[in-house]
Design a protein around this ligand. Structure first.
Ligand code: NDP
Length: 503
């Protein structure tokens, strides 16, 4: 059989006669403008990079499926959760948060855990992290917080002073800081960590009943972490270790999986709940809201092209399907705006047409038209407005969520319920962690906080002291601080403490 001729072409399919020598005027003369192939090649190369995500820039992803293992139909009528055994295709992108696109996978940082479910009611994006809580709970603080985790404006270096200045001025961060500086802040690989929705979401059923829920994807590979020495070594020797690990595991058929456990809270129970369920710095203690296993997430297929499928993957927490809704969590509300907005900037208004983002099991039937890179048939000649009487698609009221009660005055309210940002970090340190975990936590903090100014060390050590006295004392000792002074600072109000550590 005649072998298929594999002729190189331009982007427009025109055969290329020579891809090694530019078209020049004479053997040693200048390149001629008429070398359209060269111009096309350079012009495209010059535009290869798209804007880097401002957070979660370094990532790895894979395809797989989600399968339901328990009946949850009394809580939600989401179609992809409608029966035991039901399978839905999915795509997951893992990432670090603060580092740039070429940064090391082993860095101490939360890890992104973003799941896309290609359901028959459209794409459902659950955009979580490997931690159940977050540093802040009001989105007004987010850009400031991220600036402090990145590079100093003058030196372009990570800056321990701005890192700890912000955190010590933001006491609600203490819970997440404790998790971040435990060895769970440096997971061994993406396969060996949990994923959490972190936010509260709403599930609702056809009867109009609703429930507040939190998602926990528990790794079936087991939790495995790096010590700071191991992570330091890997950052230098193998900065892409977690990306490689995920790819190689899937290539050899060792498919990673996670068991999805849900915490489900009735509105009645939520009303008197001891924690503010819309405060993302808090968890729901398992003793109060026991998690129930409802499904399994399995990753079994590597992307064939990183840029097309992972770099261009776009998740938005606003993409919820009927049966699931957003909660009033302020951070979640802002993320509904920010993620979509980022993708409009990064990928353009038609990013939903990129195959990894396209709702492949529920094709788009909207009236949105035109825009850069509109590469489908753009709704052909059908109506491009609603309402219309030309047979266009109309809204389905059944896809809406049941109302829930809100009352009070509109204003800018601080979180006050309950007024304790330290208790849960204290329980984590004092009751959940083992001796070795505590020792590593203190060592990890001392190694990092020790690089900040003394006054910031004092202020932050006092916050650890407020979470657990032993915790604060050990950090203070490790830093060579006056332990009694730290304890006195811990007794003060935040305002007094900030004043006392101003210089
Ligand atoms: P439980 O004893 O029922 O649960 C403790 C949880 O802590 C487990 O999920 C465990 O995860 C996890 N854990 C263990 N070590 C660490 C660590 N170094 N960093 C982060 N998490 C860790 O207690 P409660 O539900 O009453 O919660 C107690 C504290 O545990 C909370 O204040 C919170 O800090 C932490 N936690 C709670 C979670 C929740 O949703 N309730 C979720 C995660 C942490 P594993 O099973 O994998 O070991």
């Amino acid at each position: 059989m005649e072998q298929e001729k594999r002729t190189l072409t331009t982007a427009f399919g025109i055969p290329v006669p020579d891809d090694l020598n530019s078209f020049t005027a004479g053997e040693r003369g200048p390149v001629l403008m008429q070398d359209a192939h060269l111009l096309e090649k350079l012009g495209h190369f010059d535009r290869e990079r798209i804007p880097e995500r401002v957070v979660h820039a370094k990532g790895a992803g894979a395809y797989g499926y989600f399968v339901v293992t328990a009946d949850v139909t009394r809580y939600t009528h989401a179609k992809f959760l409608s029966e035991i055994g039901k399978k839905t295709e999915g795509f997951v992108r893992f990432s670090t948060v603060g580092g740039e696109k070429g940064s090391a996978d082993a860095a101490r940082d939360p890890r992104g855990f973003a799941v896309k479910f290609y359901t028959e009611d459209g794409n459902y994006d659950l955009v979580g992290n490997n931690t159940p809580v977050f540093f802040i709970r009001d989105p007004l603080k987010f850009p400031d917080f991220i600036h402090t985790q990145k590079r100093h404006p003058a030196t372009n270096l990570p800056d321990p002073d701005m890192f700890w200045d912000f955190l010590s001025l933001t006491p609600e961060s203490i819970h997440q800081v404790t998790i971040l500086f435990s060895d769970r802040g440096t997971p061994a690989t993406y396969r060996h960590m949990h994923g959490f929705s972190s936010h509260t979401f709403k599930w609702y059923n056809r009867k109009g009943e609703y429930f507040w829920v939190q998602y926990h994807f528990k790794t079936d590979q087991g939790i495995k972490n790096l010590t700071r020495h191991e992570s330091g070594r890997l950052c230098g020797e193998d900065p892409d270790h977690a990306t490689r690990d995920l790819h190689e595991a899937i290539e050899r058929g060792d498919y990673p999986s996670w068991t999805l456990e849900m915490q489900i809270l009735t509105p009645e129970k939520a009303r008197d709940f001891q924690w503010d369920i819309f405060d993302i710095t808090k968890v729901w203690p398992h003793g109060d809201v026991p998690p129930v296993k409802i499904g399994k997430l399995v990753l079994n297929r590597n992307p064939v092209n990183y840029f097309a499928e992972v770099e261009q993957a776009a998740f938005s927490p606003g993409n919820v399907v009927p049966g699931i809704a957003i909660s009033p969590d302020r951070m979640l509300q802002a993320r509904v705006f920010s993620y979509h907005d980022t993708h409009l900037h990064r990928l353009g208004p038609n990013y939903h047409l990129i195959p990894v983002n396209a709702p492949k099991n529920a094709p788009e039937k909207s009236y949105q038209r035109d825009g850069f890179m509109r590469v489908d048939d753009n709704g052909r000649g059908g109506p491009n407005y609603w309402p219309n009487s030309f047979g266009g698609n109309g809204p389905d009221p059944a896809a809406g969520e049941p109302p829930f009660e809100i009352s009070g005055n509109a204003s800018r309210f601080p979180f006050t319920h309950p007024n304790d940002d330290f208790a849960q970090a204290g329980v984590l340190y004092g009751k959940v962690m083992k001796d070795q975990d505590r020792e590593n936590l203190v060592g990890n903090i001392v190694a990092h906080l020790g690089k900040a100014q003394k006054r910031l060390q004092l202020r932050q050590a006092a916050l650890f002291c407020k979470a657990d006295r032993d915790y604060g004392r050990r950090v203070a000792k490790g830093l060579g601080l006056d332990v009694e002074r730290v304890e006195r600072l811990a007794e003060m109000s935040q305002e007094e403490r900030v004043k006392a550590t101003a210089q």
